[in-house]
Design a binder for this molecule. Structure first.
Ligand code: TXA
Ligand code: MG
Length: 327
């Protein structure tokens, strides 16, 4: 068990602590840090044993590649194949970075196979969270960081989630009191003829299309062994309780009616409904974790509207329910 150092940007020694965390990360330690989407668990991308530890502590499948987090476009350029045209990437990055969007590009030789799990492409993102940015800048190098959760469980959106999952397993946990967006970044693949969205997020299809001036589509995973994004084939975002998605216009009156409506015997049902999609994004994963802490058997969720971030939230809800809910 490691002696995990936990601190936040409100700590009076913050500057000293984050410098220590950055140099410890450079030396091969694991550091958990907040981003504007969800918490990430970072390592030194050049040390294979350090990156391997990320997979180990998360229990992450070995064929699921990592996103490299950068603090500047120049840092990103070093990770991208020098022989390709990067104009589209640069214009999109200038428009949407720092922010909740990840771009997939053909990789340069600086990026090893243990980051991309053998793919010839790399996922890159510049987070807007100031702690994340400072950590990357201080480390002076891109930071590979998947969401900081045990694989398969909901991503971490609060300090207590990362403490629950990783205290004693990583050298540093940096927390923030700011509420993050609550779901992971949009993943946009720019390595093909036409951009395609592999994972919806807070940067919407419409925002990207408006900037590009043409329509793009979502990649639909068809159950094949080799999906475009390896993460697609794994169970995700799932609490231990079974997630049941209600009708869009469900009207909740009481528990016994809900029990009848969803056709279960257990009384141990958590009912979730949110005012809007933004609040649902902020709180869904935290509520999933709360349900598990309180040993609920079922979580019955009223879906939000398919507006803006709603598309991404419903995508996570669908996966959490075992894809029983069609978007
Ligand atoms: O908001 C986020 O993106 C958070 C924060 C920490 O930045 N990170 C995150 O990482 O969600 P992770 O590892 O949980 O999800 C990354 C997704 C996975 O589905 C993975 O398969 C996909 O990105 N991915 C990574 N590299 C890829 C590549 N070269 N080609 C296609 N998909 C890739
Ligand atoms: Mg994840």
């Amino acid at each position: 068990m490691l002696d995990t150092v936990v601190f936040s940007d409100l700590d009076k020694n913050y500057d000293e602590l984050i410098s220590k965390a950055a140099s410890s990360l450079k030396g091969g330690s694991l550091v958990i840090f907040p981003t504007e989407t969800v918490y990430g668990i970072g390592a030194n991308y050049k040390i294979s044993s350090s990156v391997k530890k990320i997979f180990e502590v998360k229990g992450r499948p070995l064929d699921n590649p990592l996103i490299l987090h950068v603090s500047s476009i120049d840092m990103a350029m070093e990770l991208i194949d020098k022989t390709i045209d990067t104009k589209l990437f640069e214009s999109l990055a200038n428009k949407f970075w720092p922010g909740p969007i990840t771009f997939i590009m053909k990789k340069s030789s600086a990026v090893s196979d243990f980051i991309t799990c053998g793919l010839n492409t790399v996922a890159i993102r510049m987070p807007s969270n100031t702690i994340a940015n400072k950590l990357i800048s201080l480390a002076g190098t891109a930071i590979p960081a998947p969401s900081a959760n045990i694989s398969g469980l909901p991503s971490s959106t609060r300090k207590e989630h990362v403490i629950d999952d990783f205290y004693g397993k990583v050298e540093y946990i940096i927390s923030s009191d700011d509420k993050p967006i609550g779901i992971e970044s949009t993943v946009l693949d720019l390595s093909l003829d036409k951009p395609i969205i592999l994972r919806p997020g807070a940067v919407t299809k419409e925002q990207i299309e408006e900037f590009l001036g043409y329509e793009i589509s979502y990649f639909k995973y068809n159950g094949l062994k080799k999906p475009k994004s390896p993460g697609m084939k794994y169970k995700h975002y799932s609490p231990k309780a079974s997630v049941i998605v209600l009708e869009y216009d469900y009207i909740y009156s009481d528990k016994s009616k809900l029990k009848k409506d969803i056709g279960v015997k257990s009384n141990n049902i958590m009912y979730l409904e949110y005012k809007n999609s933004k609040l649902m994004a902020e709180n869904l994963f935290a509520d999933f974790r709360l349900a598990d802490k309180n040993n609920y058997d079922y979580i019955a969720v009223k879906p939000c509207r398919k507006d803006e971030i709603g598309v991404a939230v419903l995508n996570r809800l669908s996966k959490a329910s075992g894809n029983s809910f069609e978007l």
